[in-house]
Design a protein around this ligand. Structure first.
Ligand SMILES: *[C@@H]1O[C@H](CO)[C@@H](O)[C@H](O)[C@H]1NC(C)=O
Ligand SMILES: *[C@@H]1O[C@H](CO)[C@@H](O)[C@H](O)[C@H]1NC(C)=O
Ligand SMILES: *[C@@H]1O[C@H](CO)[C@@H](O)[C@H](O)[C@H]1NC(C)=O
Ligand SMILES: *[C@@H]1O[C@H](CO)[C@@H](O)[C@H](O)[C@H]1NC(C)=O
Ligand SMILES: *[C@@H]1O[C@H](CO)[C@@H](O)[C@H](O)[C@H]1NC(C)=O
Ligand SMILES: *[C@@H]1O[C@H](CO)[C@@H](O)[C@H](O)[C@H]1NC(C)=O
Ligand SMILES: *[C@@H]1O[C@H](CO)[C@@H](O)[C@H](O)[C@H]1NC(C)=O
Ligand SMILES: *[C@@H]1O[C@H](CO)[C@@H](O)[C@H](O)[C@H]1NC(C)=O
Ligand SMILES: *[C@@H]1O[C@H](CO)[C@@H](O)[C@H](O)[C@H]1NC(C)=O
Ligand SMILES: *[C@@H]1O[C@H](CO)[C@@H](O)[C@H](O)[C@H]1NC(C)=O
Ligand SMILES: *[C@@H]1O[C@H](CO)[C@@H](O)[C@H](O)[C@H]1NC(C)=O
Ligand SMILES: *[C@@H]1O[C@H](CO)[C@@H](O)[C@H](O)[C@H]1NC(C)=O
Length: 435
């Protein structure tokens, strides 16, 4: 165990974040002063690179995440029902664990590294994300984080400056949590606030991949599904009504996790597409294929022929709009005893911490057939030290909850890494690096 200091540059001022133990900084909270924020606000640059890389199914993939809502509650909400009539309702789409932050992290990194909390994390730079995959073909990307004071803000939160109610929070901003992103000035300039979405629409400078996070009021976190769905049908509904925005676009409307932790962690999700993406015959239908947050990465990889991260994204089921166009066969996943309501042990865990970063499967072909990102292979391809997880699996597990993705665990991706068998979750033969 060693101590590290992570220095984060905030515009003009530099904030030093003291971390306890290991290779990451989970327990710290970065709260820059308002003067530092104001200084950075004056100088931070938001940029909008564009690209036009032809995809097999869609030319743009945007996802909008609301918060903490049981499937049944969303399925009963009038605005969600109205939105579902504009696209395909995914009736078997799963979150991967609880609470919020690991789900956001999973959606860009293909793993949550045992995270079971909403702490301040700055994940080491040798962990790659979906933007490294997009970069292999120069596919433009951005995040739109409502309420962030400026592009690239790395603080723990930015509250409403009049009422000090929750507004922007780091835990809902997946890419800012990765040092592979924050160490790159270009990248942080593409992590913008929601006002930039309107300006990018107006200037016709939209990226081909985007992650949209409404603030803590609009995403339902501090309100409820009624409020959040009203926001979505208005703010996102306006984009859906914009035919030039929707041309070539696939839009995923989803939730980070369900609210009732004892239930199966399935979330109500809708895919809405331009007429060239989702044929009119499928508008208003349902799709019962098993998907989870990792499907957002595999679908993008298959669409654009990108490599994989070699983690749970590797063989995650691919949205049918893409799978059908490419002849990809999705796996049947039994969800009878699947809960996804508890995180497996890992280096970002508070309750079942182990000092081991999971090693991706660097020799897999993965859904797109393009194998694993060369940088991932280079960093992780020779990590073979085994760690015996058996002794650290939480004893309370009733065996139904710790598998993060059966789609992955039943086959190649991470399969060598996590194995869930029988009634008790047994994670053994774990090829991993011992820090
Ligand atoms: C990844 O980075 C962490 C933190 O710097 C380090 O402890 C670990 O050895 C690295 N792992 C590999 C495989 O490079
Ligand atoms: C959004 O970001 C831009 C530039 O990145 C900044 O000028 C603006 O003040 C921010 N908006 C809000 C509401 O904080
Ligand atoms: C972050 O939230 C805390 C309370 O939750 C608040 O006191 C603080 O002012 C917020 N920080 C910023 C920069 O808004
Ligand atoms: C959230 O954003 C809306 C605009 O979409 C704004 O009116 C509201 O004040 C924000 N919430 C907070 C707590 O700042
Ligand atoms: C920085 O990020 C940009 C955009 O993602 C990428 O094109 C560039 O290669 C990155 N630079 C480095 C040194 O990683
Ligand atoms: C939902 O949240 C809104 C805004 O906080 C509130 O006005 C409304 O009463 C809530 N509805 C329910 C059913 O709790
Ligand atoms: C989108 O168009 C529909 C149908 O014309 C309309 O009912 C709805 O109000 C529009 N939504 C927004 C947010 O403009
Ligand atoms: C949609 O975009 C394509 C190029 O990607 C263009 O050829 C086509 O004309 C556009 N259609 C509409 C209705 O804007
Ligand atoms: C396992 O836990 C879930 C909720 O966490 C519960 O609904 C289920 O009944 C439990 N199964 C067994 C066999 O105890
Ligand atoms: C994909 O193909 C299946 C089987 O032919 C069909 O039932 C389904 O509607 C198709 N879905 C999409 C989104 O094209
Ligand atoms: C293992 O990976 C490290 C980090 O990229 C690299 O420097 C080293 O040469 C690799 N070793 C072997 C045997 O491939
Ligand atoms: C792993 O640990 C468990 C419990 O401590 C032990 O029973 C088992 O034999 C170990 N497995 C290996 C392969 O060492």
């Amino acid at each position: 165990m060693k101590s590290i200091c992570v220095s984060l540059l905030l515009g003009a001022s530099s904030v030093v974040l003291a971390a306890s133990s290991v290779a990451e900084a989970p327990e710290s909270t970065l709260l820059p002063s308002s003067s530092a924020i104001a200084a950075a606000q004056a100088t931070a640059k938001a940029i909008s690179p564009v690209s036009n890389v032809q995809g097999k199914s869609f030319q743009r993939f945007y996802q909008v995440w609301l918060e903490n809502t049981d499937y049944s509650a969303a399925a009963g909400d009038p605005n969600q029902i109205a939105l579902s009539k504009l696209g395909i309702t995914l009736t078997n789409y799963w979150a991967v664990t609880h609470p919020s932050e690991p789900n956001y992290v999973a959606s860009v990194a293909g793993d949550y590294f045992g995270m079971d909390n909403d702490d301040f994390h700055a994940i080491p730079s040798n962990i790659s994300t979906v933007v490294d995959l997009l970069d292999t073909k120069g596919i433009s990307w951005a995040e739109y984080q409502e309420g962030a004071p400026y592009a690239g803000f790395q603080g723990f939160n930015y509250s409403n400056q009049k009422t000090f109610a929750n507004n922007y929070v780091r835990k809902h901003n997946p890419l800012i949590i990765f040092q592979s992103v924050t160490s790159n000035a270009t990248r942080i300039s593409q992590i913008k606030n929601f006002t930039s979405l309107a300006s990018d629409v107006a200037a016709n400078t939209l990226p081909q991949w985007a992650f949209i996070t409404p603030n803590m009021t609009n995403d339902g976190h501090d309100t409820n599904v009624t409020f959040a769905s009203k926001w979505e049908s208005s703010a996102i509904g306006a984009l859906i009504n914009n035919t030039s925005f929707m041309n070539g676009t696939l839009l995923l409307l989803t939730f980070d996790e369900d609210e009732t932790y004892t239930q199966q962690n399935k979330v109500f999700s809708i895919l809405i597409g331009g007429p060239d993406v989702i044929p009119s015959s499928l508008v208003g239908t349902t799709d019962n294929t098993f998907y989870d947050h990792y499907s957002t990465i595999s679908s993008v990889a298959v669409n654009w022929g990108l490599p994989s991260l070699g983690r749970w994204d590797c063989n995650a089921n691919v949205f049918a709009v893409v799978a059908n166009k490419t002849g990809y066969t999705n796996q049947n996943v039994s969800t009878t005893s699947l809960y996804n309501n508890q995180s497996y042990p890992g280096p970002l865990s508070d309750t079942s911490y182990i000092p081991v970063w999971p090693v991706p499967n660097t020799s897999a072909k993965c859904a797109s057939g393009q194998g694993v990102l060369p940088a991932v292979v280079k960093t992780w391809g020779n990590q073979t030290q085994t760690y015996n997880y058996t002794s650290v699996v939480p004893s309370a597990s009733n065996g139904t909850s710790t598998s993060s993705s059966p789609a992955a665990s039943s086959s190649k991706a991470g399969a060598s890494t996590y194995e869930v068998s029988g009634a008790l979750a047994v994670l053994a033969g774990f090829a991993a690096m011992l820090v």
